[in-house]
Design a protein around this ligand. Structure first.
Ligand SMILES: Nc1ncnc2c1ncn2[C@@H]1O[C@H](COP(=O)(O)OP(=O)(O)OP(=O)(O)O)[C@@H](O)[C@H]1O
Ligand SMILES: [Mg+2]
Length: 296
């Protein structure tokens, strides 16, 4: 068996932890502080990122819960995109970026040298701010990932299932062979979500997925997220407070610490709590100022 296959299986096994183990863990965690969650899909401990030695984010510790939507909010430059990229090893692709601390995914160290980053990105999909379909047909956009991964299922079924899950099937079923660039922005973003779903991920990371969309397309993506969280765990970065309040179960608020006479800007986690608490009774004054629009 090839090394790559074995590593991938380690991750598959980790993703398939049996329910008995999780329930025992839940008992042990009862009474833990607000920054841990039951059934964590990710647990971050002392996570930081440097770019060519300059600290961009520092000392982030919290857990993200399975089948929930977790929102990352905070002012520009506080490290939301940097941190979300730690969750599927996308920072590996950025020259000069180094990740510190520990990121556990289903209790497995995501940065263990035995883990294959390609398998990680298969299980943990990502959707970006600007819809980025490939210059191919709608069908080929969806079929691309499963083909590369050598998935043996019937491709027509795989494509249809992914498009249905992304609530796009009815709009595109008669034009599957047309170029994806002929779709509206909102449709292109749902196509990118369908493309992420086609490889059967476990987690979907979304970095400002609606910032280029009109309110109607935004509403459709939000509805879709609420539907998808039954089967997937979702992380969303957003500048839209209403969106964070509408869709997320828990929210992490980050800020920028100015150091060395303001020449150094370091992102920090200020508060992580159920979304309702963040928006109605935050513990930290900085969170309150940000969510009420007094700052940021
Ligand atoms: N590829 C990179 N190379 C060097 N520095 C980077 C890189 N990406 C981000 N940074 C720096 O890391 C810090 C955090 O940036 P990041 O993009 O994660 O913030 P953000 O919270 O997503 O901001 P925004 O809300 O504007 O998207 C910033 O100081 C930024 O300049
Ligand atoms: Mg960003």
């Amino acid at each position: 068996m090839s090394e790559r296959k074995r590593e991938g299986e380690g991750l598959e096994q980790a993703a398939g932890l049996d329910m008995g183990t999780r329930l025992e863990e839940r008992d042990e965690r009862a009474g833990a502080d607000a920054e841990t969650v039951d059934e964590a899909i990710f647990s971050l401990s002392g996570v930081g990122v440097t770019y060519s030695g300059a600290q961009a984010v520092e000392d982030v510790s919290f857990g993200l819960a399975t089948n929930e939507i977790t929102a990352f909010i905070g002012p520009s430059g506080c490290g939301k995109s940097t941190l979300i990229r730690c969750l599927n090893r996308m920072n590996d692709l950025i020259p000069g970026a180094e990740v510190e601390g520990e990121v556990l995914y289903h209790d497995q160290d995501l940065y263990d040298p035995k883990i294959d980053p390609v398998q990680v990105r298969k299980r943990i999909g990502m959707v970006f701010q600007k819809p980025n379909p490939f210059p191919k047909s709608i069908y080929d956009n969806i079929a691309f990932g499963p083909k590369v991964l050598g998935v043996k299922d019937d491709m027509d079924e795989t494509v249809e299932r992914a498009l249905r899950r992304a609530s796009l099937w009815d709009e595109v079923k008669d034009r599957l062979k047309s170029n994806a660039f002929g779709m509206s922005g909102g449709q292109q973003q749902r196509l990118c979500i369908a493309r992420a779903l086609a490889v059967s991920p476990d987690v979907i990371l979304m970095d400002e997925p609606c910032s280029a969309l009109d309110p109607i397309s935004t509403g459709r993506i939000e509805d879709l997220m609420l539907e998808l969280k039954q089967s997937y765990s979702i992380v969303i970065v957003t500048h839209n407070m209403h969106q964070a309040a509408r869709v997320s179960d828990r929210t992490a608020f980050f800020t920028v610490d100015l150091r060395a006479g303001e020449s150094q800007r370091v992102g920090k986690l200020v508060e992580f709590a159920p979304t309702e608490q963040i928006f109605t009774s935050p513990r930290d004054r900085r969170t309150e100022e940000y969510v009420t629009g007094k700052f940021g």
